[in-house]
Design a protein around this ligand. Structure first.
Ligand code: C2E
Ligand code: CA
Ligand code: CA
Length: 577
């Protein structure tokens, strides 16, 4: 880790830091020195060849050495041009000095030794000085423009503070140097109300005032730490705090910013008292890169906001990311439900002769970028947030629609099973909901099966049992999902009016490992058959498993071995439509 003691970090004002991170990369001084050496050598040889009477033999022909004078002097001029192009101001002044320094030598040769060969040299020198000046002037113009562009790229136009890009660049640089720092995400409280009631202009004035106060504070060094303030957008700011020794100092610094913010702000002749929430994440303790640090600081900030109250400062903890993910999924679920974006996939179910019998309907949810979020992740969130009935309903509706189409011409007699969460099942209007849905789609209720996890037999009371009976009265079938994972008693299973047992994948996975496991699955199948239940095995992945299941009398198979869950359009193809 780099040296973070206060003495070793040169404190700069925000604008200087901004300039240092956005400045274009400097070309190495050694190239400058090399060009000077090359130039000196070229001049030396120019002089030497001018005065030489020597003759070289080139390809068998005598060539006077003085012929090369022009080559050397051109090379010297090229070095000079490179100096101006690569080193701007320094290059320009150096080249002017070098070019002018040649004049006395040339003039002496002309006037003292009456050598007319120096006339083209003088002329070339004058032309080169003009060319170099033009290049320099043009470079300056382009340079200024580039500087402006770079400044725009790193500055927030409203407040003049550095923007998110600048903030990421600075973090990138500190991370490269392995320098410890704290990123603080800041969000003003109730800013939206000001914007909505007084208008955007007043809101802008407020942001400018706050930005100015914080910039002055950061530049003053009063906080004792080395701070960088940026505005990320709307009422979001971030602070990068460096050269602190312990966490307490981070809190102390934030306290300075809070106090500056809390001072009365006057806008449109009204007094306002603002406050904000702060979320802290530290490099390298909390995250190793700037993207992750932003997420951590934001997670802490959101938690501070959720906790409510005026000024809340919270430090990131790993648990917060879980909450953050949970809330993100909940938000995504709500949006998807609102816009009919819960997708249904269908996984084929076969009998042991590999004849298609039906499908299990499975919910799919995509995030904003189109990536699938696993049901193992979003189903529990939907359950906790009280949204599972809507998810089930959406899948049921799509499954019923599919079923009515796929069985329409009487060629197919396929069945669909759909998962129903226990919470959904226990809702008072569950039966009405299902009835309405099935009537609307016009499907035969007998082709519809609902899957309920085994846990319902363990945790639920008589109410659950009577619910199941009502479903059965409607003509629908019931499957007990994930069978074997709970500990339902045989006597309860006997009372339970199910039609099918689904043996959980975990048993199928190990079934062929040893004889005992195979016997265990065989006995579940026997019990199912004794109780007049059909038995399906799920998660079947190999032909070897299929053979075993055939041998021990399983009725149906669902698994990757014969078919993964597919979008509805593909399920139509599987059904021969
Ligand atoms: P489940 O009801 O036990 O569904 C079977 C899961 O096993 C599905 O995962 C399926 O894709 C997967 N699977 C099937 N065959 C194989 C196989 O051969 N190998 C492997 N590795 N996996 C296989 P999925 O779609 O991720 O669903 C997970 C769970 O989410 C479901 O388990 C179910 O409990 C729940 N779920 C899915 N859709 C819904 C829904 O619409 N409503 C409710 N309440 N729960 C749902
Ligand atoms: Ca299921
Ligand atoms: Ca299952």
């Amino acid at each position: 880790m780099g040296d973070n003691s206060k003495k070793h970090i040169r404190k700069r004002k925000i604008n200087d830091t901004l300039k240092s991170i956005s400045a274009s990369k400097k070309i190495s001084k050694s190239i400058y020195v090399l060009l000077l050496i090359l130039h000196a050598l070229a001049i030396l040889y120019t002089v030497k060849t001018t005065r030489s009477d020597e003759v070289w033999m080139i390809f068998g022909n005598p060539v006077p050495v003085s012929v090369f004078t022009g080559v050397y002097s051109s090379f010297a001029n090229i070095c000079v041009i490179f100096l101006v192009v690569l080193f701007r101001r320094l290059g320009f002044f150096t080249s002017v000095v070098l070019l002018f320094a040649q004049f006395p030598m040339m003039c002496a040769s002309f006037f003292v030794r009456h050598s007319y060969t120096s006339i083209p040299g003088i002329f070339t020198n004058v032309v080169t000085i003009i060319a170099v000046s033009l290049i320099f002037a043009n470079n300056r113009r382009i340079g200024k423009y580039q500087e402006q562009m770079r400044e725009i790229a790193v500055t927030d136009m409203l407040t003049g503070l550095p923007n998110r890009y600048a903030c990421s660049m600075l973090m990138g640089e500190l991370i490269r140097k392995k320098e410890k720092f704290a990123l603080v995400s800041v969000n003003l409280n109730n800013f939206k109300t000001i914007n909505d009631t007084l208008g955007h202009k007043a809101g802008d004035e407020m942001l400018i005032e706050i930005a100015n106060r914080w910039r002055i504070l950061a530049d003053s060094g009063e906080t004792g730490t080395y701070d960088f303030v940026a505005r990320l957008g709307s009422d979001e700011f971030s602070l990068i705090i460096r050269s602190y020794e312990n966490e307490e100092e981070i809190y102390k610094t934030i306290d300075f910013y809070e106090k500056e913010l809390e001072r009365k702000i006057m806008i449109l002749n009204c007094d306002f008292f603002m406050n904000a929430c702060f979320g802290i994440a530290e490099y390298p303790n909390d995250a190793p890169d700037s993207g992750a640090l932003f997420s951590c600081a934001d997670a802490a900030l959101h938690e501070a906001k959720r906790k409510g109250g005026a000024n809340k400062v919270l430090h990131f903890t790993p648990e917060l990311l879980k909450t953050e993910r949970y809330l993100a999924i909940e938000r995504r679920l709500r949006v998807a439900l609102e816009n009919n974006q819960i997708i249904t996939y269908l996984q084929p179910q076969f009998d042991l002769n590999h004849v298609l019998c039906g499908f299990e309907a499975l919910a799919r949810l995509q995030d904003e970028d189109g990536n699938f979020i696993s049901p193992a992740e979003f189903v529990p969130v939907a359950e906790k947030a009280g949204l599972i009935d809507k998810v089930d309903n959406s899948v049921l509706t799509q499954a019923a629609d599919f079923l009515s189409k796929v069985n329409a011409d009487g060629k197919n007699n396929l069945k669909i099973s759909s998962n129903i969460s226990v919470r959904h099942l226990m809702k008072n209007d569950f039966i009405e909901e299902i009835k309405g849905l099935l009537e609307k789609s016009g499907v035969n209720t007998r082709d519809f099966k609902i899957e309920i996890t085994e846990s319902i037999m363990i945790d639920s009371d008589e109410k659950a049992l009577s619910r199941i009976e009502e479903i059965k009265k409607m003509g629908m079938q019931v499957a007990i999902d994930d069978f074997g994972t709970g500990y339902s008693s045989l006597s309860y299973l006997q009372k339970f009016p199910a039609d099918m047992l689904k043996i959980d994948k975990s048993f199928i996975d190990v079934m062929n490992d040893n004889d005992a496991s195979k016997k265990y699955v065989a006995s579940i199948i026997s019990i199912g058959h004794i109780l007049n239940l059909e038995v399906i095995s799920e998660g079947v992945e190999s032909l070897e498993q299929v053979e075993t299941l055939k041998a021990i009398g399983c009725d149906y198979i669902q698994g990757y071995v014969w078919g993964k869950p597919v979008p509805i359009e593909e399920a139509f193809k599987l059904a021969g439509l």
